[in-house]
Design a protein around this ligand. Structure first.
Ligand SMILES: Cc1cc2nc3c(=O)[nH]c(=O)nc-3n(C[C@H](O)[C@H](O)[C@H](O)COP(=O)(O)O)c2cc1C
Length: 370
């Protein structure tokens, strides 16, 4: 049997029906009031019979934590009915539904928030395709406490909506990473300074979410944490810092750690001095202490199997957009029939929300369009 089809049991006893994960992918397609749209439901419905675990695109836990235009929200209870529809659609064919929860920190979109962009410290950001360079305001201790509570509140909503778990978005330079990074976190209080103190915020978020799970979940609930292992700038986050974060997350008994990598089978740490890839480094460091998931340019079933051989479950992004039947074809040994490009005349058939299709078309070489 293909390794991809093998079921997986998490440390809390929850079973994934196979070893493939659908990576979190924003669709830029919520309704204008930030509720989940019908287009999004159709997009997920068409992709719900493949991966054993499907992670949604990120949702913001506070109104001012939005990172993408038309990012569906979960920051108050009015969003629960839409979230419920989303969880129901994802679970329809046995996949576990995971809500990715986020505060965009210094990458929040200034024109979509009330007030100032906030981060661990007031350090100028680096411009990206999605966010301009800006100097955020440093969060007060009180504001930090409120954000921690709001991560918990969003988890309560995920439970009420019927999700099987949440994934904390600790990657891609958003708020959690703003705290772990020595480049962005220049605080001198209990939330910054030494590496230990820079880990205080993610630890507090995980601890609060666990408290909420204990209080509200009627059955075992999955808690994942996504990381970016390092940052390219001088004096910024390095993989050895991430190893310390990983130790803390394992102590806190999270269900899985999910590394977002540029290319899971090839890319190496910023300060690599040997031939080891991120995947080798992280998988050896984790050493099966917790389930490890890795994403990054995993496109073919053969690549996904290699990732499993290297100690991680493969999380697949692009290829589930370009071919919703990826898993079925992989499972039947039909690799050659998997579509890895988007044919312009197949957009309707792929059930891509209009705004996602527009983002894809405007993204340069991000996707291959034929
Ligand atoms: C359209 C799109 C939207 C994405 N949105 C998110 C997101 O909301 N949260 C996140 O952690 N990663 C996001 N990512 C990154 C993916 O989860 C994944 O790590 C990345 O695309 C690499 O995997 P791939 O090469 O298989 O696509 C997004 C990627 C794509 C293509």
């Amino acid at each position: 049997m293909s390794k991809l089809k093998k079921s997986v049991i998490l440390n809390n006893g929850v079973k994934l029906k196979n070893s493939v994960v659908m990576a979190p992918m924003t669709t830029w397609s919520s309704n204008d009031d930030y509720t989940v749209s019908d287009e999004e439901l159709i997009y997920y419905k068409y992709r719900n019979s493949g991966a054993g675990m499907i992670i949604t695109g990120c949702t913001h836990i506070q109104e001012n934590g939005i990172g993408f235009t038309n990012e569906f929200a979960a920051y108050n209870d009015t969003f629960i009915p839409g979230l419920k529809k989303l969880a129901t659609v994802i679970k329809e064919n046995g996949a576990k539904a995971i809500l990715q929860i986020n505060h965009a920190g210094n990458k929040a979109l200034p024109n979509l928030i009330n007030g100032e962009v906030m981060s661990s410290s007031s350090v100028e950001t680096v411009a990206t395709d999605f966010a301009p360079a800006l100097t955020p305001k440093e969060l007060s201790e009180k504001e930090i406490e409120v954000i921690i509570r709001d991560f918990g509140e969003t988890t309560r909503r995920a439970i009420e909506a019927g999700f099987d778990g949440v994934e904390i978005h600790g990657a891609h330079g958003f708020l959690l990473q703003n705290f772990v990074s020595p480049f962005f976190n220049k605080r001198k209080d209990q939330w910054g300074g030494t590496l230990e103190k820079r880990l205080t915020f993610p630890i507090a978020v995980v601890t609060e979410i666990k408290r909420v799970i204990n209080q509200y979940a009627q059955k075992e609930f999955i808690l994942g944490y996504r990381i970016s292992p390092d940052e390219p700038m001088e004096g910024a986050l390095r993989i050895k810092d991430t190893f310390s974060l990983i130790d803390k997350l394992i102590e806190l008994n999270v269900s899985y750690i999910h590394a977002s990598l540029p290319d899971a089978l090839q890319s190496k740490a910023v300060d690599a001095t040997n031939e080891k890839t991120y995947l080798d480094e992280l998988s050896q460091y984790i050493n099966k202490r917790v389930l490890f998931v890795a994403a990054g340019t995993i496109q073919t079933p053969e690549q996904a199997e290699l990732v499993i051989e290297n100690g991680a479950l493969p999380a697949i992004g692009h290829a589930f957009i370009t071919d919703p039947l990826w898993m079925q074809k992989a499972g039947n040994g039909e690799s050659e029939n998997i579509y890895l490009t988007i044919k312009k005349d197949s957009v309707e058939e792929l059930k891509l929300p209009k705004k996602l299709w527009s983002a894809i078309q405007n993204s340069g070489s991000w996707f291959t369009i034929e």
